[in-house]
Design a protein around this ligand. Structure first.
Ligand code: URP
Ligand code: ZN
Length: 463
């Protein structure tokens, strides 16, 4: 017995069509008119869009940030993602110094297995680039299904790697078919600026932004592009926040370099004025890169619309304001960096992308799902509503209106980054591999998420 989704509008990265969809088991069996087979359950989805399940390529669940753990683990974070229309996350399995990559990966499998409500893959986030660790890289894709590696040019003395290490990793990744995800901020400059601010007696949260100016991102993006030009690996620049970075990336792409990019709703929708909030509320928005001058936002939207930027990730890295962000009440440099957003990414992009006329429905599908699947080795299993693809389907009711409130959220954190934002449209049902995980906006079932081994990506492909 199958399930027929009847009367909706099917949105893919390249088409919008009034079509029915039949699910058989875990996959999409047929698309078109008159699909019902005797015994099928027929669900009327008239007036709704059917979107490919959202893919969030940038989350940090159950991450130790040195002085505290993220508020969301795989259970709470994945459930929040699901409620918001995301059916796959690619989380950053993060190595500690001195640790092997296989040990770090085994720990991340332990954090997610049996707990995740949605399917998940891992990028490997590296900070220790010893020769023994580099030797493990090629095995990641072949034996473990991890086809992307993240490095940080920021977070000095913690996660930051120097250029020599970056080059070594790029060289291996090029031959092994791994994509390099890069956090582009110059950590040495930031470290010096933080020291100067503190020496001048400046300790409040707005100093977080003051010590990470736009040039810090622009310099790192330019350096990363130059390194890619020399070593030729596929580069994916995470959480791009400035117009300058978008322009550098566009120019690199025009020159044919294998450079792709991601931005996040916070850089598209919030701005540096949030750091003026009194009574330590500004700490809720301490993230890296920081929120920017509003003038950058048009360029980020344009980057999405013209495909300079491929993906929207949430960079979900949640900390409670009470008790966690408060660790930095007397010193901004101790505020844990990051903000929640996995639950709201999909709805915000629909509201401020599609409804606001900045993105077409197809572009919405591309930036919230398809492009991440293509770049990270999940396509066409994920990221498309096609015969044979996993039946990961979001039934989206565009007539609903709501206001984002922390008190209504599933994320396990005491605030919402987008508190008070009006949202157009809402999740009605969500299917994960054919199972209705959300029914009429309510989640019913257990943690059925599975690990997704991902394919390596030959250089030049999917860029
Ligand atoms: O502030 C952020 N973005 N925290 C998460 C870690 C990272 O830099 O991506
Ligand atoms: Zn991140």
């Amino acid at each position: 017995m199958g399930i027929v989704l009847f009367g909706g509008t099917v949105v893919n990265y390249d088409s919008v069509k009034s079509q029915d969809v039949r699910i058989d088991g875990q996959i999409i069996d047929r698309i078109g008119p008159g699909l019902e087979v005797s015994g099928d359950e027929v669900i009327d989805v008239s007036g709704c869009y059917l979107f490919p399940g959202g893919i969030d390529p940038h989350t940090h669940f159950d991450l130790n940030m040195g002085n505290t753990m993220t508020a969301d683990d795989f259970a709470t974070g994945s459930r929040a993602a699901l409620m918001g229309g995301t059916t796959t996350v690619i989380d950053y399995a993060t190595q500690s110094r001195g640790q092997s990559l296989s040990d770090a990966l085994a720990i991340w499998h332990g954090k997610a297995a049996g707990k995740s409500f949605i399917d998940y893959g891992f990028h490997m986030a590296m900070c220790d680039c010893r020769d023994e660790v580099l030797a493990e890289l090629a095995m990641l894709a072949i034996h473990h299904g991890v086809s992307s590696v993240k490095l940080y040019m920021a977070y000095k003395d913690v996660m930051q790697v120097d250029d020599a290490s970056l080059l070594k990793v790029m060289r291996v990744c090029r031959s092994a078919g791994l994509r390099v995800c890069l956090h582009c901020e110059n950590g040495d400059i930031i470290s010096e600026m933080v020291k100067s601010a503190k020496a001048a007696g400046k300790f409040s949260p707005e100093q977080h932004a003051a010590t990470r100016p736009e040039a810090v991102e622009a310099e790192a993006v330019y350096r990363a592009i130059c390194l890619t030009e020399i070593f030729g690996c596929s580069l994916y620049i995470v959480h791009v926040s400035t117009e300058r970075a978008v322009n550098l990336i566009r120019e690199a792409q025009r020159r044919g370099l294998p450079v792709t990019a991601e931005t996040c709703p916070q850089y598209l929708l919030l701005d540096e004025s949030y750091y003026e909030k009194a009574d330590f509320e500004a700490a809720k928005y301490v993230m890296s890169p920081p929120l920017r001058n509003r003038n950058n936002q048009a360029a980020l939207w344009q980057g999405l619309a013209d495909s300079t930027i491929s993906c929207v990730g949430s960079d979900h890295c949640s900390f409670n304001w009470i008790g966690q962000k408060e660790l930095g009440r007397d010193d901004f440099s101790l505020i844990p960096n990051g903000a929640p957003g996995v639950e709201n990414r999909f709805g915000l992009m629909y509201t401020f992308g599609v409804e606001a006329g900045r993105l077409s429905l197809q572009q919405f599908a591309q930036v919230t799902s398809t492009n991440a699947a293509k770049l990270f080795g999940l396509y066409p299993r994920k990221g498309a509503l096609m015969v044979g693809s996993d039946a990961d389907i979001v039934i989206w009711d565009p007539t609903r209106h709501s206001v984002i409130r922390a008190e209504n959220q599933t994320q396990n954190v005491d605030y919402n980054t987008y508190e008070g934002f009006a949202q157009t449209g809402a999740v009605r049902h969500v299917f994960l591999r054919g199972k209705r995980m959300v029914k009429d906006g309510v989640s019913h079932v257990a943690a059925l998420g599975e690990y997704l081994p991902r394919n390596p990506m030959p250089i030049g492909e999917g860029n």
